[in-house]
Ligand binder design. Sequence first.
Ligand SMILES: Cc1cc2nc3c(=O)[nH]c(=O)nc-3n(C[C@H](O)[C@H](O)[C@H](O)COP(=O)(O)OP(=O)(O)OC[C@H]3O[C@@H](n4cnc5c(N)ncnc54)[C@H](O)[C@@H]3O)c2cc1C
Length: 514
Amino acid sequence: MNHTDTWLVWLHHDLRLDDNPLWQAVIDGAPTSLIVVHVLPETTFLAPFSVPVDSKIPQPLSLGRQRFLLESLEHLQQDLKALGSDLWVTHGQADRRLPEIIRAHHCSRVITRQAVNGMECTVQNSVEAALPNGCTLERVETGQLLTAAELPFAQSALPTSFSAFRREIERTPQLAERMAAPLPAPTSLPPWSSVAPRGFDDSAQPLCEAHGWQTDSRSDYHYLGGEQAAHEHLHRYLNQIRTGRNETTRNALAGADFSTRLSPWLALGSLSPRRVMADLITTQASVITPQTSPHETSQASHDWVRVELLWREYFQWHARLMSPAPSDATATEAEPPQHAWVLSSADTFAHWCQGTTGVPWIDAGMQELAATGWLSNRLRQHVASFLVRDLKVDWRLGAAWFAYHLLDHDTAVNDGNWRHLAGIGCDSRDDRHFNMMKQAGQHDPQGTHVIRWLPALASLPPGMQRHAPWLSMMKAPVEGYPAQPCVHPEAWSAYLSGITPRVVRPLRPGSFEC
Ligand SMILES: Cc1cc2nc3c(=O)[nH]c(=O)nc-3n(C[C@H](O)[C@H](O)[C@H](O)COP(=O)(O)OP(=O)(O)OC[C@H]3O[C@@H](n4cnc5c(N)ncnc54)[C@H](O)[C@@H]3O)c2cc1C
């Protein structure tokens, strides 16, 4: 090592100190100075969202997503400063911006996370291809429960269903033994390169305007970005397990703690899934008392969270399997030709996005998503099923809208779930076509959730009429709400027949009248 050995850590969705092997790689290599960079993609500020012409083009971020990212970066910068380092946030095309920085600061090595999804791999490969002579790029696996070496099968032999994946992961040795212990946060880092800028440079300044965004006051939970907030939230959740609180209510629609609410921090990497899993296992073990058998404890204490984290893990591996190899700088993710990009239904798509389909169950969900950047898992499933199965719109448009708004957007997880619901890709199932009236009646029998997000419907009496206002509208339309639903499959009628003695003549299934 010579006296001017500068390394660059290129951060993505790994905005944390705890359990982050990138820092271990730096500590092991002991460069004389370090630059830590986060590059905001060039499309970040291109809001408002417009219908994408190509699924490979990255989306802009909604103001809600920008704010969560901003808070996460600001907190990370403070944490890095406390270790003698810093953070440089810039904006632009990574495969141009990074090689420029690397040349200007004579960096000899770039440390970054092993890319997970296709677009991230492609960008990473082109950054590597553009590096000046003498600079190398090292990919470090981080952000998953297991590394490729810890998997019980070859990466290329990933099971084609989640159930088979889970069986493989849970067979002896159990996940707890297979998974490496989380790494502690570093206590110091090599000094900042004396000539490198710090903080948000001019190109990244527009992100700071996102401080002005506030989540809707009807939201049950206000997310705060950053590692500290993530750990505080995790500890609160684990305390609920210790004190025996919190039954499994994952199917709820509203409330601050019916599910863990960890997803936004996991998505940006402010929290490591390995940390969550390890702390969960330890906490569950600690609540076994002489009166409680291990079996009862495992039943009662949030085993479902372990399963959900395995779903996340499965989708990450699936995305990695579909991504171009590191050596291929030009390849892009392969998409099966039978699922071509369809834009013919742009109007219908626009109604779905804006929450004006005339189907309150869907519209309430879409209004909540846009106003808060979050949606319960149940409603995500329903609005996705409705778009793909009832409105027959290409799933990638829906995934792009979710990507624009979701604070927890994670390409591998989002695309994996959309594919799953659309009945394609890994673990595809064709029975994911939800009957919206059945679901609405089951989960919101009084229409309470619906009027929270669609106050115009509060004039209708509690019950299924709030889910089918077009029936009441035969007398007088509800002001401020569409008079007819976009689509009214015949199968809904069975769940509405109690409202009115005669069933409204159903529109042809799949016909769009927006
Ligand atoms: C169409 C659709 C799109 C989705 N897009 C995303 C996304 O972009 N990012 C995202 O994190 N989740 C996504 N999900 C999964 C799920 O809805 C959220 O992870 C969950 O609602 C977040 O709340 P929570 O943290 O309280 O989760 P919990 O239910 O408490 O689960 C704990 C963790 O497990 C993981 N998890 C939970 N459900 C799933 C799932 N179905 N698939 C994979 N991992 C899961 C998440 O990391 C979550 O934080 C999507 C689901 C659907 C149906």
